[in-house]
Design a protein around this ligand. Structure first.
Ligand code: SF4
Length: 354
């Protein structure tokens, strides 16, 4: 449909810059500092896609801006709508590079699931994105574009960094994005409405916990270290027991919440042994929540799906042991909403057409 994000030659992309950075750029291009504030207003509040729309900036200055910069807001190249209302968007972020964003409506709540990388280095066995390999970090402009370019942005109530990529492996750009999402001068979103998910990347998690107040979700999926390592190679670099020790240094009982994500595979991570190990982990964090997620088969992965009865039995056993647990409903199954499915399809289509 439109140009790719970041495909602007030598032009500076303004989306993703703070008001202070926009002021410094305006001054460096011979404009008054307040033009930086006007730019921030047009980009973050009015979501203007072109300098022509910025009517309170003089024509002369708009011409300079058009030569030097690009706003950086581009619409998705594809949109799919599920029968359950879930919407999936595909963005092109470079030659043959695609990322996915999913909007999940649930009553009053509209959660936007955004991507932080093209592909992923973590190679989790059950994930389609991991099978693409790593193809690059997204800039904060490319992350924010997944939010602000959507016509439905005004209705988004929550953001989760649970799309493609490992956010803590792109921590500079993720923190810059969070800063702009929560800054009262830009998007003014409460950090309580933002959750960042991770498999466990030590340096990234520490910076995240020290530099912002957003919620944290840990992709756990198996509490037994050697089994988790088979499923998630990241376990070898940061074992779950070390991760738990690190997390115990922080307070998750007040503003910030911790959640453990757990995809349930039949007979594979839902046995009594797994149950006991999970309970033990949960007891370290009295206010934590455990999210059980039903696994849906993806190509080339032979892990067994669970059924309603098994999932409910596992849930009941956790409840009986005072674990705060929920079953996350599957959404958008008819539109390839599982992470990495749509972009992989697009990649395959592009390669076979070449
Ligand atoms: S589950 Fe997340 S961390 Fe693991 S490969 Fe997929 S995108 Fe990467």
């Amino acid at each position: 449909m439109e140009k790719r994000v970041e495909e602007c030659g030598d032009k500076v992309i303004l989306l993703g810059k703070s008001p202070k950075e926009l002021k410094a750029l305006a001054v460096s291009w011979g404009m008054p500092a307040y033009t930086g504030s006007q730019l921030a207003d047009w980009i973050y509040h009015k979501r203007a896609t072109s300098f022509d729309l910025m009517s309170n900036i003089s024509l002369k200055h708009r011409e300079i801006l058009s030569k030097r910069a690009d706003v950086g807001l581009y619409a998705p190249i594809k949109e799919a709508i599920s029968i359950d209302g879930t919407r999936k968007y595909l963005f092109e972020v470079g030659e043959g590079k695609f990322v996915e964003t999913v909007l999940i409506p649930e009553g009053e709540r509209n959660t936007l699931c955004i991507s932080s990388q093209v592909g992923c280095k973590m190679n989790c066995y059950f994930c389609m994105t991991g099978k693409q390999g790593f193809r690059g970090n997204l800039t904060s402009a490319q992350i924010l574009n997944q939010c602000l370019s959507l016509p439905i942005w005004e209705k988004v109530s929550n953001i989760v960094f649970m799309g493609m990529g490992e956010p803590m492996d792109n921590i500079d750009n993720v923190l810059q994005t969070i800063q702009l999402l929560t800054d009262p001068n830009t998007l003014a979103m409460s950090p309580k409405r933002i959750t960042v998910s991770t498999v466990g990347i030590n340096h990234g998690i520490q910076r995240f916990l020290e530099e912002c107040q957003c919620h944290l979700a840990i992709s756990l999926h198996n509490p037994i270290p050697y089994e988790r390592a088979n499923l998630m190679p990241a376990e070898k670099a940061m074992p779950i027991n070390e991760l738990i020790k690190l997390l115990q240094k922080y307070d998750f009982t007040k503003q910030r919440r911790i959640t453990f994500e757990y995809i349930v595979f039949s007979g594979f991570n839902d046995t009594p042994t797994h149950l006991q190990a999970l309970i033990k982990i949960a007891r370290n964090f009295p206010s934590c929540r455990l999210n059980l997620i039903r696994y849906h088969k993806i190509p080339l992965v032979d892990l067994p799906e669970t059924n309603d009865k098994q999932l409910q039995a596992f849930f009941n056993a956790l409840v009986a042991n005072a674990v705060n647990v929920t079953i996350r409903q599957s959404r958008g199954e008819d539109i390839d909403a599982a992470c990495g499915m749509l972009s992989t399809k697009q990649l395959v289509e592009k390669r076979t057409s070449e």
